[in-house]
Design a protein around this ligand. Structure first.
Ligand code: GLN
Length: 256
């Protein structure tokens, strides 16, 4: 057993989570959590609460022991400097993350963490930040920053809305499929029309905003998958997503 402190529980389960509690792990909230990415955690917790489930939100930071019994993993974006700070610790938990992903644990990784879930991020300065190889892809830093609103389409999730801000360009290998096809914005790179990546129950995307408030179909995919694995069922009462729909209408009309 490691002497390292275990990941801290940020929130206690809801007072009466009658249908059960899911354990959601956020990776490196200090370094990898920009452009509002923490909103993804808030959406997961709130959509569970509306349905009578609880969420125990855990954080993994550098030096922590990796917690057990995790139902869902979330990682956010980070500057190149943040990616450098966490790289050694990330390598130390890589076998666990690879095992969880291969086993079907749902995960959402955004931008900087998306890049590090691939095999390598070669920065614009020529520095190689090794990834953890969960996803068959690699990223090359560029001189141009790709910034702006994005709309992509996906057979699985319908229209996907978000905001990108990255210089790394990501190229997918055969082991993953694109999350969507870009109809506004850039997405993974300036060569193809792909945005994000899909592997098993991992959803990877460049999109901040944060992503999940405007994309409840993705949030519910992650929650349904986690709940089915943990409880064998998911009480999937339709929620009122009229505010999310309104936001999607607005973002669709926004200029790039
Ligand atoms: N540092 C990476 C890049 O600029 C990721 C940025 C981000 O997470 N928004 O490509």
């Amino acid at each position: 057993m490691s002497d390292a402190p275990s990941a801290r529980a940020l929130t206690e389960p809801a007072p009466d989570p009658s249908k059960g509690v899911l354990r959601i792990l956020q990776l490196y909230p200090r370094e990898m959590n920009i452009y509002g990415d923490y909103g993804n955690i808030l959406v997961l917790r709130q959509r569970l609460a509306w349905r009578g489930y609880g969420a125990e939100i855990l954080e993994h930071s550098t030096g922590d022991a990796f917690p057990s019994d995790i139902d869902l993993v979330v990682g956010g974006g980070g500057q190149d400097s943040g990616q450098l700070v966490i790289q050694d610790d990330l390598q130390s938990i890589a076998p666990t993350l690879r095992h969880l992903a291969d086993d079907g644990t749902p995960m959402l990784v955004i931008c900087g963490m998306y890049q590090l879930f691939g095999s390598v991020f070669r920065t614009h300065d020529g520095l190689d930040i090794p990834g953890i190889g969960v996803l068959d892809l690699q990223t090359q830093g560029g001189s141009e920053r790709l910034i702006g609103n994005v709309v992509a389409t996906s057979d699985e999730f319908g229209e996907i809305h978000g905001y990108e801000n990255h210089s790394g360009q990501t190229f997918l290998g055969d082991g993953v499929t694109p999350l969507g096809t870009v109809v506004k914005g850039v997405g993974n790179n300036t060569d193809d029309q792909h945005e994000g990546a899909r592997y098993r129950n991992v959803v990877a995307s460049y999109l901040h905003g944060s992503l999940l408030p405007k994309n409840p179909a993705i949030a519910d995919f992650l929650l349904r998958t986690a709940a089915l694995r943990r409880f064998g069922s998911f009480d999937d009462d339709g929620l009122d997503d009229s505010l999310a729909d309104l936001a999607r209408t607005q973002t669709r009309a926004r200029p790039r």
